[in-house]
Design a protein around this ligand. Structure first.
Ligand code: CP3
Length: 354
């Protein structure tokens, strides 16, 4: 038996149901800006070992929840566990980020790509179940995955990139090969998220971190259509509650109307979009999540509160807003400023829900 949920503000806001204050969580809320995270990672040896260990992944998921009044926890893992399970050989090079030993650059390798056995990702599902138990109903747990296109970026390029030249070369010269990868990724992500939901994820977020590097037409063909396909295959009801889906396309501000038609319950906004205009454009279709510049946390206590107040006013009266940063929290952020930030969102938002 899982403990009853004591704070469902986040889930209600995603469904535009009345709330008493604007809920908040932060992308990358468990991470290197927290001294306790750094200590646990040191103990694990490296980042991937932290992801593979159910107990340590549970521990770091709860660290930001224990420290701050956040309204949701996010599973500690990485989007690249999926291509890792596909056999691409993931490792993290210190200071350089993720690398794949066997990137997908030749047709023969792409032909061999298949949906992995979900047993290879059992450690993620076990972590979800373990975290749900450890949270004990304090706040809901968010599961997540990369979008098919964002995963394909790393799978093809073999690591991060400034311009994604190898990916775009394939997109323009052999779109059929890219579609093959995206098709398999979409099937995999659907199964992956559905299993997270079955194991206890109470909302899910699709991280489309690199969708924004595509042209207007390419975005629809290579990212949006596969996100739509995933959402239509997701289990939306579990434990007698709706499981909301959030789509975050970084740099996707110009496509909000298209994204609002994917079937998502909420859209993540980066900091470049005006939230007042965003709300007017999506209307009643979806809730919005965001959208403070992560570097606003490098200001003074006064400027942080002013930025929170500006965004809350920008969204305006009523439910349908989940406060967040426009991208992951930076590793050099002062943990004390996060405290100020979270409290400011709660305190300053109450008048908008009366
Ligand atoms: O949000 C959370 O707290 C949950 C955990 C989470 C991580 N990565 C942990 C992590 C989530 C949701 C992700 C998503 C992720 N991973 C994305 C999409 C979101 C985004 O930030 O755009 C992407 C593109 C990745 C791939 C990835 N993982 C990169 C490029 C890197 C290296 C660069 C970096 O930011 O450190 C990682 C490593 C990573 N994933 C860390 C953490 C806490 C840092 C690892 C460490 O050194 O401890």
């Amino acid at each position: 038996m899982t403990a009853p949920l004591q704070n469902d503000t986040f889930l209600r806001a995603l469904l535009k149901q009345p709330v008493e204050y604007t809920p908040i969580w932060m992308m990358r809320q468990a991470g290197r800006y927290l001294p306790e995270y750094k200590a646990t990672r040191e103990f694990a040896g490296n980042f991937l070992e932290l992801c593979y260990s159910i107990d340590l992944a549970t521990e770091v998921t709860l660290q930001p929840i224990d420290r701050y009044n956040l309204d949701a926890a996010i599973l500690f893992s990485d989007i690249l566990t999926v291509p890792d399970a596909m056999g691409l050989g993931l490792h993290f090079v210190a200071g350089e980020g993720p690398k794949f030993e066997r990137p997908l650059q030749h047709e023969a390798d792409i032909d061999l790509l298949t949906v992995p056995d979900m047993e290879k990702l059992r450690y993620v599902f076990d972590a979800v179940a373990s975290i749900r138990k450890a949270i004990d109903g304090r706040v809901p747990l968010i599961g997540f995955s990369g979008s098919p296109f964002t995963l394909a970026c790393y799978m093809i390029e073999g690591g991060g990139s400034k311009d994604w030249r190898t990916v775009k070369t394939m997109l323009y010269s052999r779109p059929d090969l890219l579609h093959k990868i995206l098709h398999i990724n979409a099937q995999t992500v659907t199964e992956y998220l559905n299993t997270q939901i079955a194991c206890g994820a109470q909302a899910v977020q699709i991280f489309d971190t690199w969708g924004g590097v595509l042209s207007h037409t390419a975005f629809q063909e290579f990212s949006l259509s596969y996100i739509k396909q995933i959402i239509s295959g997701l289990k939306r009801e579990h434990e007698d509650r709706r499981v909301p889906v959030i789509v975050f396309t970084k740099g996707g501000g110009q496509w909000l109307e298209l994204l609002a038609d994917t079937g998502a319950d909420a859209l993540g906004l980066d900091w470049t979009t005006d939230i007042t205009q965003a709300r007017a454009r999506v209307g009643d279709k979806v809730a919005l999540q965001g959208n403070m510049d992560p570097f606003a946390l490098f200001g003074t206590h006064k400027s942080i509160c002013a930025e929170v107040a500006r965004i809350l006013k920008g969204y305006g009266q009523g439910s349908g807003h989940v406060f967040n940063l426009g991208h992951g929290i930076n590793q050099f952020t002062d943990p004390e400023n996060v405290e100020i930030f979270v409290e400011a969102v709660h305190d300053l938002s109450r008048p908008y829900h009366q």
